[in-house]
Write a protein that binds this ligand. Structure first.
Ligand code: GDP
Ligand code: MG
Length: 147
């Protein structure tokens, strides 16, 4: 069973998309492990987006992600990293297909609503940046065998 870090960015929170996005993840069959409404610190933001340090949009990205609360989540499910990235849609707004979260709700690449980890290594690193071990809730659901 794989875990991933999903974050509704400040634009998604401001636009009232928390419920819609959580609904899509629940209906897909994924299991919620942790969630919180959270104001990202500059340190957390720079760590989270470290791979983009030096790129022209880095400063804008850090200011944007710290500009308002995010809705940070950990979800679990088989192959969730690939499946959730498919549900999110492509990074670039002109490439994200209708039916995906970004394809349905984003107009600009800089305000593309949602973040999701891109590998098991980034998931572990990103979860650790936002959640303590005690905040990750282990439980089983009988329904999982039917999903
Ligand atoms: P992701 O994993 O799909 O979120 O994409 P990346 O890891 O490549 O980029 C991280 C975030 O930086 C994206 O979600 C965008 O919000 C932003 N970003 C990426 N490329 C660009 C760009 O060319 N211009 C701007 N303004 N933002 C970008
Ligand atoms: Mg990324």
């Amino acid at each position: 069973m794989e875990r991933t870090f999903i974050m509704i960015k400040p634009d998604g929170v401001q636009r009232g998309l928390i419920g819609e996005i959580v609904k899509r993840f629940e209906l897909k069959g994924f299991q919620l492990v942790a969630c919180k409404l959270h104001r990202v610190t500059k340190t957390q933001a720079e760590f989270h987006y470290e791979e983009h340090k030096g790129k022209p949009f880095f400063q804008e990205l850090v200011s944007f992600i710290t500009a308002g609360p995010v809705f940070a989540m950990v979800w679990e499910g088989d192959e969730i990293i690939t499946l959730s990235r498919n549900m999110m849609g492509k990074t670039k707004v002109l490439e994200s297909q209708p039916g995906t979260i970004r394809g349905d709700y984003a107009l600009h690449t800089g305000t593309n609503i949602i973040h999701g980890s891109d590998s098991p290594q980034s998931a572990e690193r990103e979860i650790g940046n936002f959640f303590n071990k005690e905040e990750l809730v282990d439980y089983s659901k009988i329904i999982q065998r039917w999903v």
